[in-house]
Design a protein around this ligand. Structure first.
Ligand SMILES: [Zn+2]
Length: 157
């Protein structure tokens, strides 16, 4: 867990003004308890520590965090679903389960997967589409299976 000095330093580096509510929300977002929370889940988690917190403040704060690169916004797979927020800003793959959970693929596996994308395919994507690829985002739409059930459950704890 980061102490207040580390959070202030992080905010300063990202050009974010420090406020007590922002610090509280960042601490909740960075805690392992919530995995990729929605704004409402974050509000529910933080409200016990600050009953005056509003959903609007949470949204504005997450907006500021996303813009400054302190977190990433993940759009929902369902068109009408809420966005989720990810405090891990390195490139990594996600596993989405039918109950709406979003989990990180273990870092080492994510890294191997990203590195396995052939450079010539990326080059061709860029050439044929006339774009420059900034990063690749990957999601596994999955359900607990015979091999994975134990791990999916473990990740939910
Ligand atoms: Zn993630």
């Amino acid at each position: 867990m980061m102490d207040i000095g580390q959070v202030r330093e992080l905010f300063r580096r990202h050009g974010l003004r420090w406020t007590r509510q922002r610090e509280l929300l960042y601490a909740e977002l960075a805690s392992c308890v919530l995995d990729h929370p929605t704004a409402e889940e974050l509000l529910n988690a933080a409200r016990s520590k600050d009953p005056g917190l509003s959903l609007a403040t949470v949204y504005n704060t997450l907006e500021a965090f996303s813009e400054s690169g302190l977190c990433r916004r993940l759009s929902s797979v369902e068109a009408s679903g809420p966005c989720r927020f990810d405090v891990h800003t390195h490139d990594h793959a996600h596993v989405l389960t039918p109950d709406g959970r979003v989990m990180d693929l273990p870092r080492e596996l994510s890294q191997r997967l990203m590195e396995a994308i052939p450079r010539d395919i990326l080059d061709e994507v860029e050439r044929s589409m006339g774009i420059h690829v900034d990063r690749v985002s990957m999601q596994f739409i999955a359900h607990p299976g015979t091999h994975a059930s134990a791990r999916v459950e473990a990740a939910a704890l």
